[in-house]
Design a protein around this ligand. Structure first.
Ligand code: SAM
Length: 279
C-alpha cells in the first residue's frame, strides 16, 4: 500500500529513533541527521502504509522481524575494492611475508568485522591468492561479518557491476582480469577465493564466538560511527578474537590514540594486541 501523506518527523520521534539506532547498533547519530534518517526510513514506512514515524516505532515494537530491516536501513555501507592503498601495501609487503615466515604450514585466519557488501573481504582474498602463488605452502581463511543482513546477502553473491568495480578495473587491471570473472552483465569473484570465505551476521557489541582465533582483524571505517566509550567496548570485544600478537587494522579517518584499549600502536592504521592490557 502506498501512502503519500507521511507526516514530517517531529522532535520526539527523532529522539526515539536515534535512541533505538544506538540501542540496536551502537551507532551514535545527532539530531542534525534528521534529513538523512527521514530519507532512509520514508520509503519503508510508506510501503507499510503507515502515516507517522511514531506509528512505525509502534510497528517495530510489535513486529520483531522488522528490527533487522530497520538496522539495514540505518547503517551506512559505503566500501570499495582496495580502499586505502596504504593498508594493502602493509598487508602484502609487510604482514603476509613476515607472518608466513614465522608460521610455516599454518592457516592464516582473518576476520573483517564490518565487511559490508564484500569488497574488503574479496580484496583480502585477492592479496592472499597472489601471496599463495609465490608461497605454495601458504593457506588462509577469511570470515566476514556485518550487522546488516542486506549487505551480507550482496557479499555472498560475490557479484559486482557498475560503479562498485569501475575504480578497481581501471587502477588494477591485471588483478581485475585475473580474479573477476565476467558472468552475464556482472563480474563474479573467482571460485578459489570464494572457497576460502565465510560470512555471518555479527554485532560488534557482542563478544566474538571464536576466541584467540584470528591472526589479523580488519575493523575499518566503522569505529567512526561510535562514541569513544562505545569504541572502547567494541575494541575490547574485538581483542578477544585475536591471537596474542594479533594485528588490528582500522580505517584512515580513525585512531585509537585517545582511547583506553588493549592495543598498542605499530604503524599508521595498524595496531598490535597488547596482552597485558586485555581485560
Ligand atoms: C562504511 S562500512 C565499512 C566497510 C568496510 N569495512 C570498508 O572499510 O570499506 C561500515 C559497516 O559497518 C557496519 N556496522 C555498523 N554498526 C555495526 C555493528 N554494531 N556491528 C557490526 N557491523 C556494524 C555497517 O552495516 C556497514 O556495513
Amino acid at each position: 500500500m502506498i501512502n503519500a501523506d507521511l507526516e514530517e518527523m517531529d522532535q520526539s520521534s527523532l529522539e526515539k529513533v536515534i535512541a533505538l539506532v544506538h540501542k540496536l547498533t551502537g551507532i551514535s547519530m545527532g539530531v542534525n541527521k534528521k534529513t538523512l534518517i527521514q530519507g532512509r526510513l520514508r520509503p519503508r514506512i510508506r510501503k507499510l502504509g503507515l502515516i507517522s514515524y511514531d506509528q512505525y516505532l509502534d510497528y517495530l515494537n510489535a513486529h520483531k522481524d522488522e528490527v533487522q530491516e530497520f538496522v539495514n536501513l540505518v547503517t551506512t555501507n559505503e566500501t570499495s575494492f582496495f580502499r586505502t592503498q596504504r593498508v594493502w601495501d602493509f598487508f602484502t609487503k609487510d604482514f603476509l611475508p613476515k607472518w608466513t615466515a614465522a608460521n610455516p604450514k599454518t592457516t592464516l585466519k582473518i576476520w573483517s568485522g564490518a565487511s559490508s557488501s564484500g569488497e574488503e573481504i574479496y580484496t583480502i582474498g585477492i592479496c592472499c591468492e597472489e601471496h599463495l602463488q609465490k608461497n605454495p605452502g601458504f593457506n588462509y581463511q577469511i570470515f566476514g561479518t556485518d550487522i546488516s543482513s542486506e549487505v551480507l546477502a550482496v557479499a555472498e553473491t560475490a557479484e559486482y557491476a557498475g560503479r562498485s568495480i569501475e575504480s578497481f578495473k581501471t587502477s588494477n587491471r591485471q588483478l581485475f582480469d585475473k580474479y573477476m570473472k565476467p558472468s552475464a552483465d556482472v563480474y563474479k569473484v573467482s571460485s578459489e577465493i570464494r572457497a576460502k570465505i565465510k560470512f555471518g551476521i555479527h554485532n560488534l557489541f557482542q563478544l566474538p564466538v571464536d576466541r584467540k582465533n584470528y591472526d589479523i582483524i580488519f575493523l575499518r571505517n566503522v569505529l567512526i560511527y561510535f562514541e569513544p566509550k562505545d569504541q572502547e567496548k567494541v575494541l575490547t570485544n574485538i581483542s578477544k578474537g585475536l591471537v596474542s600478537d594479533g594485528i588490528l587494522i582500522i580505517g584512515e579517518s580513525e585512531s585509537l590514540n585517545s582511547l583506553s584499549t588493549p592495543f598498542k600502536y605499530k604503524l599508521p592504521l595498524v595496531y598490535e594486541k597488547d596482552e597485558g592490557k586485555v581485560a
